[in-house]
Design a protein around this ligand. Structure first.
Ligand code: C5P
Length: 232
């Protein structure tokens, strides 16, 4: 049985909203509702754990799906929120981790990540990602370009990220400083030598960080609704 964790405990300062980012209204619902509904409809996912900001209750507008949903208080850093959600999750393996900040998640993408890990017994994790289309340069503190990276090897990583539970638990057992450095959980697994494979996702699975991202997400969800909910 696959467990799903949705991390939603960030404050979302860059969005400049009055409430935590995951609860900002998007397409007429709290942002978190989109990911919750998408994951609840994936066959094999039987429990979802939400990591919420301290002292924040789910708004009455949130609708709970038919499967079991638990809530925990998130931690100081993203990976702390993952660790807390996992500790409260009960049985289940593998473990899917998703950011509430990616409301355009489709059940199809979650399924593709689950299938990819099933197909590769050596892999510790399978993660959604897209090939980078921009040219990426390493720039020093003085604003001087030090290196141009080979774009053919670069992928921009998203969530969902799916882990074999033992690998994720071991990876999270690191110092608070390392957990604070981790912008994704797969990095913690890679550092321990775990094999992490990418699953090609779409650009539309964007991360809502700034007000422009929110507008874009709104437009994409409206377009999806106009197609009758078809996520393609
Ligand atoms: O801050 P960032 O946009 O990278 O956050 C990615 C995801 O991690 C968001 O869904 C956010 O709610 C979550 N998060 C969390 N706990 C934190 C920080 C971020 O659950 N302490």
């Amino acid at each position: 049985m696959t467990l799903a964790l949705i991390v939603a405990a960030g404050s979302g300062e860059r969005l400049r909203a009055a409430r935590p980012k995951a609860l900002v209204e998007l397409g007429g619902r709290p942002m978190l509702q989109w990911s919750l509904d998408a994951l609840a409809s994936v066959a094999g996912i039987e429990r979802i754990v939400l990591a919420l900001p301290a002292g924040v209750a789910l708004p009455p507008a949130m609708r709970m799906p038919a499967i079991e949903v638990r809530s925990v208080e998130g931690g100081a850093a993203r990976s702390d929120s993952v660790a807390r959600a996992l500790a409260a999750a009960g049985e289940g393996d593998p473990v899917l981790v998703h950011d509430a900040a990616r409301p355009l998640l489709t059940p199809q993408l979650a399924r593709a990540v689950i299938d990819a890990l099933e197909r590769d017994p050596q892999a510790a994790a399978a993660i959604a990602a897209v090939p980078v289309t921009d040219t990426v340069k390493r720039v020093d503190g003085d604003g001087v370009v030090r290196e141009t990276l080979d774009r053919r090897e670069l992928w921009a990583v998203q969530t969902p990220q799916l882990f074999r539970r033992a690998a994720l638990e071991r990876a999270l057992e690191t110092s608070a400083q390392e957990r604070a450095r981790a912008t994704d959980d797969a990095w913690l697994v890679e550092r321990q030598g775990g094999r992490v494979i990418v699953v090609r996702a779409g650009e539309e699975n964007l991360k809502v960080t700034t007000p422009i991202d929110l507008q874009l997400a709104e437009l994409l969800l409206a377009a999806r609704g106009a197609r009758g909910g078809d996520p393609a």
